[in-house]
Design a binder for this molecule. Structure first.
Ligand code: 13P
Length: 257
């Protein structure tokens, strides 16, 4: 069975100034040698300082978005090369907040992912249904369309991470049942197999995101094809994020594979 290294990813969204960098030191102190991979995606303004503060500690940093073009007249935007220059190894793309706030389409996400991959970044591509779509029993159709449209051809098992984030679960405290999470994660794995072949598909990590907290993490991490989490609010404080990392390491020890 393919061994996927579990991934605990924090998305700070539009939160954090230099005062909050101390939270990362606290995570490092709490987890000097985690089994899982840890990734923090702070606002772009903090990337470079965070990556310097982390030094040799086993925590990767990533951006929250990048432009589809390599460079040019795009006021306010950040390029993939700028993220790499600031120390990023990953970039989140197609988050539902970008899709909603900035009208990003699957085509946009695919173009951004192409540029990011060509620049050497790993991409965390987000997919997820709204409550209306779930209530109309359209969840798998929506996710299937987002996967087909957002993933470029250059992906491998190493440079692609998927994040299933139901829009209605983000920042709401509402979490799908473990059956609902399992259904979508199994579906995503199957779609990846059809598109990329079994070898590549079995190496891609699939994260769950949406109101993950210390109190629900163990239950979520026990679901099949959940290889970690993309955590928003609970990644901002080491005291909230550290127990999620503990739960992920514990899940890896219980269920190898
Ligand atoms: P919350 O964990 O705050 O619900 O956010 C999830 C998310 O959107 C991570 O990208």
């Amino acid at each position: 069975m393919t061994r996927r290294r579990r991934l605990a990813a924090g998305n700070w969204k539009m939160n954090g100034t230099s005062a909050e960098l101390a939270e990362i030191s606290a995570v490092i102190t709490a987890h000097p040698a985690p089994d899982c991979e840890i990734l923090i995606c702070p606002p772009a303004t903090l990337l470079e300082r965070m990556s310097r503060d982390i030094g040799e500690a086993p925590i990767a940093v990533g951006g929250q978005d990048c432009h589809r073009e390599e460079a040019g007249a795009h006021t306010g935007d950040v390029s993939a090369a700028m993220l790499v220059d600031a120390g990023a190894a990953y970039v989140i793309l197609g988050h539902s907040e970008r899709r909603q706030d900035h009208g990003e389409t699957n085509d946009d996400v695919r173009a951004k992912a192409r540029t990011a991959l060509a620049t050497g970044l790993r991409v965390v591509i987000c997919v997820g249904e709204t409550l209306t779509e779930r209530e109309a029993s359209n969840t798998l159709d929506i996710i299937g369309g987002q996967l087909a449209g957002s993933i470029p051809d250059l992906v491998t098992g190493e440079n692609l991470v998927l994040a299933y984030e139901p829009v209605w679960a983000i920042g709401t405290g509402k979490v799908p049942t473990t059956d609902q999470i399992g259904e979508v994660h199994d579906f995503i794995r199957l779609q990846l197999e059809k598109r990329l072949g079994e070898g590549v598909a079995l190496s891609v990590r699939i994260l769950y995101g949406g109101s993950v907290k210390a109190s629900n993490a163990a239950e979520i991490f026990a679901v099949s094809n959940v290889d970690g989490a993309l955590v928003g609010g609970a990644s901002l404080k080491a005291a909230d994020f550290a127990p999620i990392i503990v739960a992920l390491d514990a899940a890896g020890q219980r269920v190898p594979g």
